[in-house]
Design a protein around this ligand. Structure first.
Ligand SMILES: Cc1ncc(COP(=O)(O)O)c(C=O)c1O
Length: 329
């Protein structure tokens, strides 16, 4: 675990990486270590995996959902601003589908309001900003997941938090291990959230291959864009540093299109079918309107971008999709 932590910190360009049990724990413990707790409110996107909001709930705080920008599908200072209040103490920015969220601008906004910024980089291994810097350095801490389906995935659950803040890193090391100090005295109410040694060993072997895997995903995304150009299909946002954890298009009559693709033997996925603000276990007390999130949840569809599938079948997938949407015009 220690060897992988050192390698991962160096890869991301941060001083510390602390391995934990899951990506959800990584978000929760990053928030806790930075000082967020019961009674606090945390602005998160509604268009994200459950783990982002579950992490906020786990530490006794409450999510306040922000809409996303229609073109980039991530939160921005403009979508966050209306959700700020006296009770909000932190913002979690998600690099959705491996697309870099505008974390430098969000950090300036957070600093202006005295808020913490945590980056949820669970889908963003290999995602870089426009200057080529790996994401994860604008927030007070950044959380990663190593669930097997991630671009850097372990044989089972795993996660890590990266930070430049030595005090946050030390607190994370205590929190993940029963709250122990060096003498095995619980100095804080901790938990058991260790990164498994076997998983860390696998991750250490896979990490040197991550950049090549991301380069291949970028090339697959480029091929999809070329094949689908001109069709009535919404393409994912473009950024040179995007890592394409998913390649997510938008289409009208999405469920019908998906069924036709399935009939042709092409599997797609929906990330995500319903904004978290509509889900009873995670919703706010009062209903809120997030029209961009709602529209994206109705129309988004993830095409196969895993190199093992897309490498040899991309043109067929694109041609089949084009045929379906042309018939649907
Ligand atoms: C954006 C985001 N945040 C958090 C998580 C939670 O990670 P894990 O499944 O490892 O708990 C995930 C993964 O599903 C994710 O995609």
């Amino acid at each position: 675990v220690e060897a992988f932590e050192a390698a991962f910190a160096e890869y991301v360009g941060r001083r510390h990486a602390v391995g934990v049990g899951t990506g959800t724990d990584a978000v929760a413990l990053a928030l806790r270590a930075a000082g967020v707790g019961p009674g606090d409110e945390v602005v998160v996107p509604s268009l994200t995996a459950h783990g982002t909001a579950a992490a906020v709930m786990m530490i006794g705080a409450r999510p306040r959902y922000a809409d996303v920008d229609p073109s980039t599908r991530v939160i921005t200072p403009v979508t966050v601003e209306p959700r700020l209040s006296r009770r909000v103490t932190a913002v979690v920015a998600v690099h959705l589908h491996g697309h870099p969220a505008p974390t430098a601008a969000l950090r300036r906004q957070c600093d202006r309001h005295g808020l913490l910024l945590v980056e949820d980089a669970a889908q963003a291994h290999g995602t870089r900003d426009d200057s080529g810097t790996h994401v994860g350095g604008d927030g007070h801490a950044a959380a990663f997941s190593f669930y097997p389906t991630k671009t850097l995935g372990a044989p089972g659950d795993g996660g890590a938090v990266v930070t430049d803040d030595g005090a946050v890193a030390s607190q994370l090391r205590r929190l993940r291990n029963y709250g122990w100090d060096d003498d095995r005295v619980a100095v804080v109410a901790g938990t058991n959230s260790r990164l498994d040694e076997i998983h860390a060993a696998a991750l250490r072997v896979l990490l040197p291959h991550l950049d090549a895997a991301v380069r291949e995903r970028r090339e697959l995304a480029r091929r999809y864009r070329a094949e689908l150009a001109g069709a009535p299909i919404g393409q994912p946002p473009e950024a040179t540093g995007a890592a394409y954890h998913q390649f997510v298009v938008t289409v009208r009559h999405r469920d019908r299109v998906r069924q036709h693709l399935a009939d042709a033997g092409i599997g797609t996925a929906i990330h995500y079918p319903l904004g978290l603000h509509h889900q009873p276990g995670l919703a706010e007390e009062a209903p809120i309107q997030l029209p961009v999130t709602d529209e994206l949840c109705r129309t988004m569809m993830s095409l196969p971008i895993q190199p093992e599938v897309a490498r040899d079948h991309l043109e067929k997938i694109a041609a089949t999709l084009l045929g379906i949407v042309e018939d649907d015009r």
